[in-house]
Design a protein around this ligand. Sequence first.
Ligand SMILES: [Zn+2]
Length: 215
Amino acid sequence: VIIFGTRGVTGTVRRGEFHCPECGCRRPYAHKRVRRFFTLYFIPLIPLDKLSEYVECQRCRTSFKLEVLSFDPEADAAQLEDQFRQAVRQAMAAVAVADGHVERIELAAMRRVCAEVFQQELAEAELEEAIAEARAKGNGLGAWLRSLAPHLNDQGKELVIRAALAVATADGAIHERESTVIGTIAQALHVSQAHLRGLVAEVIDPEQTHEPGSI
Ligand SMILES: [Zn+2]
C-alpha cells in the first residue's frame, strides 16, 4: 500500500527584530510560512501551494500579519517630529519672505523660536535653506502645509501659527502680506478664523488694536 497525501509544513523564512504590539517593545521575530506539501508515507516531499504567512513574536508567541514589520512607533515618532519642525520653520520663513525682503530682526525671531521650541539653535545654513525653500514654495505653502496637517495635533498647529506670528510681529505690527500668509497657514492647518484671531490677540498689545476694522 502506498500512503500519500498532503499536509501543511511550517518553515521560517527569516528572523529579525521588530516592535511587538503585544509586548509593547522590540522583540525577536520569526517570519513563518506554511506550505502544503505532497507527502509519501507521511514524509513531505513536494512543495505545493502556499497556505499562509505570518510573523511570530519569539517572546509572547503571538502571530501577526506581515504588515506588523513596517510598524515602528519610534521611527514614526521621529518622522512626525521632523515634519513638525519643518512646518514651524517653513511657516516662519514664509512670513519672513512675505514682503520681499528678509530683515535681520525676522531671522533673529526665527532663531529665538527654534531655540525655545526645539531647544536647538538653528544653524546659519539651515536658516538660509529655510528662506530659500520658502521663496521657492511661494503660493505652494498652503498645499504643502495641508499635506502635513493630519500629522499635527492641535497643540502643534497652534505652535506653527504662534511661530509665524512671532516672526510677523518681530518688526512691530503685522503687515498686510504677513497677515495674508498667516491666514493661508491657518487655513491649511484647519485652524478656524476665530481661533486665529484669538492667537493674534495674544501676541498683539491690546492698546495697539484701536484702529477700526482691526482684530
Ligand atoms: Zn511579543
